[in-house]
Design a binder for this molecule. Structure first.
Ligand code: GDP
Ligand code: ZN
Length: 288
């Protein structure tokens, strides 16, 4: 049987079958890494349990990593919606890192600035996002509390994943856009056979026949240890015109003479904060 993973919590998954029913499943092998959004082949082992035999080829996989392991966020998405807010404060480095992960998987990014009703905080938040706007990233300003619907046209026809630090308003958005989300969450929790999983899992919701929305748990870190130097450099979209233009082929863009990136930094076409983030990421990267 085939199905789609609609919830992931640790090594427990909920798979939605073709007829819509939800089946709790475990992966067959200890090593297999299944993500919310994966299309899988399963075998029913009992009335209310199944085993994931295989993961079908993915069109995309959004993930982050630290030194120890990879954390799969969502599979088969074509859009990542990164939610920030006017308050509490957000980390623009986290936004940068999530955008890099999206770029490396060719997933279309959209930044949502939530809580725009808090007008006194709006200019500072806009200022923090100006660098992304300057790079051509789409930024949607809204207020999830009263105008979550503003996001719906952007989700139409896509499988999107919502990513962000906690407190930015992801749940508010999901509950407004998917009225049955609370019920679905309860159903999924029941399928996982425990109420304690309600807040920490990733879950896929159907918006309409062509549009799905995956909600992912709030995050505070976005490690990119799975990307090598070349992938990171390409993911900084403003670096692309300069790559391969340095005097040295293995240029680290640090102190080398005739470095095209350092020249662009000097000229102001590359933002200094972005450049600092690049070096910070490279400092923790495996050789590549
Ligand atoms: P999550 O952790 O990202 O899921 O964030 P929540 O959806 O739980 O929202 C965090 C807090 O921000 C809650 O107290 C919400 O009521 C509040 N909040 C969400 N959206 C808005 C908004 O558009 N305006 C204002 N003022 N508060 C909001
Ligand atoms: Zn260089």
């Amino acid at each position: 049987m085939e199905g789609r993973v609609v919830a992931a919590h640790g090594r427990q998954y909920v798979v939605q079958l073709a007829d819509g029913t939800l089946l709790p499943c475990f992966p067959r092998s200890k090593k297999s890494e299944v993500a919310c959004g994966d299309r899988v082949d399963i075998q029913r082992t009992s009335d209310d349990q199944g085993v994931i035999e295989a993961i079908q080829p993915r069109t995309s996989l959004l993930y982050r990593s630290n030194e120890i392991r990879q954390k799969l966020i969502a599979a088969n998405v074509d859009q990542v919606v990164f939610v920030v807010a006017t308050e509490p404060g957000f980390s623009d480095e986290l936004v940068t890192r999530a955008l890099l992960a999206a770029e490396s998987e060719e997933i279309e990014p959209l930044i949502v600035l939530n809580k725009c009703d808090l007008t006194d905080k709006l200019p500072a938040a806009r200022g923090q996002l100006a660098v992304f706007a300057g790079l051509g990233y789409r930024i949607l300003e809204l207020s999830a509390r009263d105008h979550a619907e503003d996001l719906r046209p952007y989700l139409q026809g896509h499988t999107s994943v919502l990513v962000g630090q906690s407190g930015m308003g992801k749940s508010t958005l999901v509950n407004a856009l998917v009225p049955e989300a609370r019920a679905a969450t309860r159903e999924i929790s029941a399928a996982l056979d425990s109420g304690k999983h309600t807040t920490t899992h990733a879950a896929l919701y159907h918006l309409d026949a062509e549009s799905q929305l995956i909600d992912s748990p709030g995050l505070q870190e976005f490690g990119l240890g799975h990307l090598d130097r070349q992938e990171i450099e390409l993911a900084f979209r403003e670096f692309r015109p300069y790559l391969g233009q340095c005097r040295f082929r293995d240029c680290r863009h640090d102190r080398e003479p005739d470095c095209a990136l350092l020249a662009a930094l000097e000229a102001g076409t590359i933002d200094s904060r972005r450049f600092a983030i690049y070096h910070r990421i490279m400092g923790t990267q495996r050789a590549g």
